[in-house]
Design a protein. Structure first.
Length: 215
């Protein structure tokens, strides 16, 4: 499965090469640009269908799917749709939103919709697992019953290493690029330009005036 998904990433140009700053401010020469997956409706719909198939082959009791807004809400909706088709019942798609401190919360009355429901948490790319853990925390605070989590790509091998021991984490693929801290980054030492349009590149450049960028 993983090899097939990575072929899809390569075919649509979602795997970028250069000098990137990741969500956790680590540096890497490889980046999975998930936005490319979303802007290709055929590829994205196929990934949602595959994820739902993989989940339904292991779990038959999912009643709600929760993803992180804004972009993960689309993933949650489509996975819920295909799970509903398989189960022949309504599966509710919901999403979390970040508060001022960056914590994921269920707003708009969604917390009431989760009470007592069996929940699947979804996301596109997982590096450290921090976002998934925050979404799980929001689900549990809303009295939802966590069943599992699923991601399109496990970039940090979180699922492989079973870091979430309480809940199964499924991943359609793994992409393990070399990641450095800023102080150890060989790309920084060579002054390879930062890609300002990807990840948190612009934040790095703002705090490092004079460092070369791709602009």
């Amino acid at each position: 499965m993983g090899g097939k998904i990575e072929e899809i990433f390569n075919e649509c140009g979602a795997i970028l090469k250069g000098h990137f700053v990741l969500a956790e401010m680590g540096h890497s020469g490889t980046y999975l640009q998930k936005a490319i997956l979303y802007r290709n409706p055929v590829i994205f719909e196929n990934l949602c269908r595959i994820m739902a198939h993989e989940v339904s082959s292991k779990f038959t009791s999912i009643e709600a799917v929760v993803g992180p807004a804004p972009i993960g809400s689309v993933l949650a909706q489509r996975v819920a749709f295909y799970l509903g088709e398989t189960y022949q019942k309504m599966v509710v798609p919901l999403f979390t939103e970040k508060d001022g401190a960056g914590e994921h919360l269920l707003r708009r009355g969604f917390n009431k919709d989760l009470v007592g429901k069996n929940v699947l948490v979804v996301d596109d790319v997982m590096t450290s697992g921090t976002s998934i853990l925050q979404i799980i925390k929001a689900v549990l605070a809303s009295k939802g019953q966590m069943v599992a989590a699923a991601v399109i790509c496990d970039r940090g091998e979180v699922a492989l290493n079973n870091l979430f021991q309480m809940f199964p984490v499924m991943s359609l693929s793994r992409l393990k690029p070399r990641i450095w801290t800023e102080n150890d980054c060989s790309l920084c030492k060579e002054k390879i330009p930062i890609d300002a349009d990807v990840g948190r590149g612009w934040e790095f450049l703002k705090s490092h005036p004079g460092y070369p960028s791709n602009k």
